[in-house]
Design a protein around this ligand. Sequence first.
Ligand code: ZN
Length: 311
Amino acid sequence: MTYHINGLHHVTALASDAQTNNDFFTRTLGLRRVKKTVNFDAPQVYHLYYGDRTGTPGTVITHFPFPHTRRGQPGTGEVGETAFAVPKGALDYWQARLSQSGVAGLTRSDRLGEARLCFAGPDGEALALVETDDARAPWTGADVPEAHAIRGFHSVTMCLAEADASAALLARLGYVETGREGAVTRYALPDGGNGAGRIDIEHAPDTDEARQGAGSVHHIAFSVPDRDAQDAARRDMLDAGYQVTPPIDRDYFWAIYFRSPGGVLFEIATDVPGFDRDEDIAHLGEALKLPRQHAHLRAELEQRHLAPLSD
Ligand code: ZN
């Protein structure tokens, strides 16, 4: 069978302090915490998910907060910026709100005809809000008015020393080039996908390689509907010469991973079963959820490793 990538599924980044991370993405940016679990490969560390009401694919930014970890050094071979979509006219509201919250690096600019507000997250990560027409319904449980609230991802910008092989990979995944401005080339899904169907490549051949740390994007995940589509995508990536992991159960989706030519770790994740698999939608993100293989560690994790998070 063939497969169809729907856009981004989630973006996963490294962080330092869990509470600071939680407060920034929920209170300052007004996203909903849709899951509080642990890093399945390092259960002493939280895995925190923020998105819309249900954690719809294309809205979810996730973090591994490693306490006291040093900041990453931006550079090539990584996602240099993560951008969220907001309605047209919303940036004045956001500039005032973020400025009042003491957010650093606030800068207004324009890319490919869209107004953007760039800023730094709590670990120095490069984030942006981009004004665009977007039909997705926002989470309105925070104090951000619906008219201004984040709709989900707009795009990510990969900063790459090489761009051609990555562009060919995006083409194989269904993306087409839709614009160029300076060193940036935009690739997008012709049908828009789930709303998070854009990837920008910033070609930076003279920039040093990034060093991962707090604030760095660890990987980006692309969305497919189900495991059949994921199997088809996996076979296609194997045919293209990529080393792809077997499907891995992440409880809320199934994941496969492979390294893209420019150095960015790619994941292809299923839209099912979703974040309401083990919690009512009304209570998403409230309780600490542990995967079956780590359930026996609950007492130790709660007492020694995972400081309680206030909402
Ligand atoms: Zn992931």
